[in-house]
Design a binder for this molecule. Structure first.
Ligand SMILES: Nc1ncnc2c1ncn2[C@@H]1O[C@H](COP(=O)(O)OP(=O)(O)OP(=O)(O)O)[C@@H](O)[C@H]1O
Length: 243
């Protein structure tokens, strides 16, 4: 078997509720899992058991009390996201790790097309030189790719050049999905990517996930929609407080 892209070892995470006499809430109590290239692991379990908390640990947003979150990097090194520095986390997020949350973090005044294209430009070495022409060419390429994703996700063309702040929930979610998928990643984290979508667009997202798996991306997701989960998951992992 090839080395997994992601190895989680005995991960423990406790929240301390400072407004409630420092009450300690142990959420992850020894989670271990491996995810290989091309696999899609679905996190399942009742509400409040720690699925989103685990995703945030995998994304390097939360540290842990103990345990490891080992990501195999493109350069052959391994990074422990549980103890990585903010700079290391930012670096792997640029090219190797993508996260699609349920909600879009909207940047005021940036048009939808650039919310998506920027993610690609940030990851493109050709765009990050002092050469203005190379940067402009990379931006033009990224915008073309963003347009084709918007097309597939049925985002109305009239919205492409508008900032997404006023878009509907489903429209914002599709911008978020396009942003998450435009840059091929080693590890793709999906937190309810189809929550606000209609059946047609759910099918497009299923196709995008299948294409990512076929490229060798390791996918971890929370999918409350069982039809989507059944279509994409190669395995389910139960997340429970007493795991
Ligand atoms: N930042 C936080 N501070 C304190 N407690 C938190 C924090 N985030 C989550 N929790 C608590 O941790 C527990 C797990 O929450 P989490 O959101 O990970 O569950 P979940 O399994 O994703 O739930 P759902 O399926 O409802 O989204 C819950 O009891 C929640 O109240």
């Amino acid at each position: 078997m090839t080395t997994p892209v992601l190895r989680v070892r005995d991960l423990r995470k406790t929240f301390t509720l400072h407004l409630r006499d420092s009450l300690r809430l142990p959420v992850l109590q020894g989670v271990s899992l491996d995810v290989a290239a091309g696999e899609c692991v679905a996190l399942v379990g009742p509400s409040g058991q720690g699925k989103s908390t685990l995703m945030k640990c995998l994304h390097g947003s939360y540290g842990a009390d103990s345990g490891e979150v080992l990501l195999a990097r493109d350069n052959g090194a391994t990074l422990d996201l549980a103890t990585a520095t903010p700079q290391e986390v930012i670096q792997v997020r640029r090219r190797e790790m993508a996260y699609v949350s349920q909600f879009l973090r909207v940047v005021p005044r940036v048009p939808a097309i650039d919310v998506v294209a920027e993610r690609r430009v940030d990851a493109d070495p050709a765009a990050n030189t002092l050469d203005d022409e190379a940067h402009a060419a990379a931006l033009a390429r990224a915008r073309d790719e963003a347009r084709s994703l918007f097309d597939r996700l049925n985002v109305p063309q009239g919205l492409w050049d508008l900032p997404p702040a006023t878009f509907s929930g489903g429209e914002q979610q599709r911008v978020n999905i396009a942003r998450g998928f435009i840059q091929p990643a080693t590890l793709l984290l999906l937190d309810e990517p189809t929550a606000s979508l209609d059946a047609t667009n759910r099918r497009v997202v299923v196709q995008l996930i299948e294409e990512a798996k076929a490229r060798g991306t390791a996918v971890v997701g929370i999918f409350h929609d069982e039809e989507v989960r059944d279509a994409v998951a190669t395995r389910c992992i139960h997340v429970r407080h007493d795991a």
